[in-house]
Design a binder for this molecule. Structure first.
Ligand code: G1P
Length: 290
């Protein structure tokens, strides 16, 4: 069975990036020259996704506009025979359908995903959290879809996070099935270090079953008084089972300023010329030998 639909929650206010995010969505921040959301859409399309539902909010129009055509700009660049800029524009993915729904209040990730109920009729669908940018040879969602196809179970993308950071993640209690694949025995949202089952944290990639919505509706507000998808998944896990997959790739959290800077450096380090220049300039800035 193919996974063709993805849900991408983008309703967050991005307060960690104020004042910038007063008018520009955090998903539109560039990593070098490409907005974060483009990386996410490229991963989705390269994993076989054909339709995307943005769970959006006020002041987020630019995300949808970005993937739309801008005829005046195209006309202008054509008139000036600016092939280079035209080709940059043409690299923005167009071959997918966009839907959107408004989340009027910030009531948590579970609530955001619940907004997709009318959009999903399939057995499984994908969820991408755009804060988590993952650079990999094979798109991470594609890796996860292969696991889902083998086991016919929901799959959560996980990675080992630093122990002192477990309180920022959904943390799983794993039972190893095979290299990189675990059965989830329990899970907890943003635990204190003493309550963490492991340091395997759920990152922003989920393959969820189409019946998740009934579990979200049964979920009481949890951490921060919000409807947490981890809590809904915990109920579902007991009835149907869920797998975790430790993906191959380098994850960058673009959700805070420092890690966002690291994301840009990580991206740059993958390009030969940029890598050289950055190494040289960092030495200069910090007066160090690398
Ligand atoms: C959300 C989820 C959490 C997950 C994290 C991954 O938290 O609730 O389970 O580990 O994304 O980035 P947030 O970062 O939105 O607080």
């Amino acid at each position: 069975m193919k996974i063709k639909k993805a849900v991408i929650p983008v309703a967050g206010l991005g307060t960690r990036f104020l004042p910038y995010t007063k008018v520009v969505p955090k998903e539109m921040l560039p990593v070098w020259d490409i907005p974060i959301i483009q990386f996410i859409i490229e991963e989705a399309i390269n994993s076989g996704i054909e339709s995307v539902l943005f769970v959006t909010s006020k002041e987020k129009y630019s995300i949808e506009d970005y993937f739309d055509r801008n005829f005046y700009l195209e006309y202008f660049l054509n008139k000036n025979k600016d092939k280079e800029k035209l080709s940059v524009l043409n690299r923005i993915p167009q071959n997918f359908r966009i839907y959107s729904v408004r989340q009027k209040e910030a009531r948590g990730l579970g609530d955001a995903i619940l907004h997709a109920e009318d959009f999903i009729a399939e057995e499984f669908f994908a969820v991408f959290l755009p804060d988590d940018l993952i650079f990999s040879q094979k798109p991470v969602m594609k890796q996860m879809i292969e696991v889902m196809e083998n086991y016919n179970k929901p799959v959560l993308g996980v990675e080992k996070v630093p122990w002192k950071m477990v309180n920022s993640y959904g943390i799983i209690k794993p039972r190893k099935i095979k290299k990189r694949i675990f059965e989830i025995l329990d899970m907890i949202e943003k635990p204190d270090i003493k309550d963490a089952f492991s340091n395997l944290g759920v990152v922003g990639r989920y393959i969820l079953p189409g019946n998740i919505f009934s579990f979200i509706k049964k979920t009481k507000p949890g951490v921060k008084g919000e409807i947490q998808i981890t809590d809904s998944l915990r109920i579902l896990m007991k009835e149907q089972g869920i797998l975790a997959y430790e993906f191959e790739g380098i994850r960058c959290d673009t959700g805070n300023k420092y890690d966002y800077l690291l994301a840009i450096l990580t991206y740059a380090s993958m390009h030969k010329e940029l890598r050289k220049k950055i190494k040289r300039d960092i030495k200069k800035i910090f007066k160090i030998n690398l």
